[in-house]
Design a protein around this ligand. Structure first.
Ligand code: BTN
Length: 276
């Protein structure tokens, strides 16, 4: 006992990740908060943001017990994956924050591509390889009137995940870098590349290069031109994905020729329906 407290031995994951963060020289990364297991890195990051954590604080965990996906889905988070949440405090109007999930999707996509895989983005932010999901992004924010207090971008990447660790239902729709490349990737090298990419796209965002971000995103998406079904919290719509506007909204043309602007939703490609 030291000072009345028991000193817990740090796990190899915490030791290695803390060592890594000491050698990381990327200005954007201010603090890496490392955990063996968390409920959800987004929940912890939100608590830290509310307690005043600065922009560039990052929460990372080796596994999550209640990893959250969009629409309250579960994000299965076995060992081998990358689970992290980035705290941002952008000085922008609240409508702009949705573009931050494009920033994250671009950073993830570009990083994965640096390992030689072909990556596409399915609107709004599913990162996929060969039509199978490899990474997901969950953006949560606190807005007070016209002010964005914080944004937490949660990112889950199936890096060295053995697909057998996912439920059979999810396994058929998912892939991992381990499965694509048939070998594991050094997670710290991956994180370094990712933080560099994130810094680069986020700098464009801060400099208000919104068109650049949307245009880069449009190069990576395979949604435009597809016949899709979009489920929003209110309705299900079908039609052709015409375009993405400069705010990241999807323009969907229905059979009647009407064009609808959709802010967010779950998108399904109808030509993939019989495969899923
Ligand atoms: C989705 O595609 O539905 C989004 C998945 C986001 C998962 C990540 S894992 C790290 C962070 N913490 C969470 O609880 N969720 C996000």
């Amino acid at each position: 006992m030291i000072d009345g407290r028991m000193r817990m031995k740090k796990s190899p994951f915490i030791k290695k990740t803390e060592e890594f963060s000491k050698t990381l020289r990327i200005d954007f990364v201010k603090k890496l908060c490392v955990f063996d297991s968390l409920d959800s890195t987004n929940s912890t990051a939100k608590e830290l943001a509310l307690a005043g954590a600065e922009e560039g604080t990052i929460v990372i965990a080796q596994t999550q017990t209640h990893g959250r996906g969009r629409f309250d889905r579960i994000w299965q988070s076995p060992e081998g994956g990358v689970y992290l949440s980035v705290i941002l405090r952008p000085i922008v109007s609240p409508e702009r924050t949705s573009l931050l999930s494009f920033v994250a999707a671009l950073a993830v996509t570009t990083t994965l591509e640096s390992y030689g895989v072909h990556v596409t983005i399915k609107w709004p932010n599913d990162v996929r390889v060969n039509g199978k999901k490899i990474a997901g992004i969950l953006l949560e924010s606190e807005v007070k009137g016209p002010t964005v207090n914080y944004v937490v971008i949660g990112i889950g990447i199936n890096l060295n995940v053995n697909l057998i660790r996912l439920s059979s239902d999810l396994r058929s729709r998912s892939t991992s870098m381990l499965s694509e490349l048939n070998h594991a990737i050094d997670a710290y090298e991956f994180l370094t590349r990712f933080f560099l990419q994130f810094t680069s796209f986020y700098t464009h965002f801060k400099e208000k290069h919104y068109n650049y971000i949307v245009n880069q995103w449009k190069i990576k998406t395979d949604t435009i031109g597809k016949i899709i079904r979009v489920q929003t919290p209110f309705v299900t719509l079908e039609g052709t994905a015409l375009d993405i506007d400069q705010s990241g909204f999807l323009l969907l043309k229905s059979d009647t020729g009407a064009i609808k602007k959709i802010m967010s939703g779950d998108c399904l490609y109808l030509d993939e329906l019989h495969h899923t």
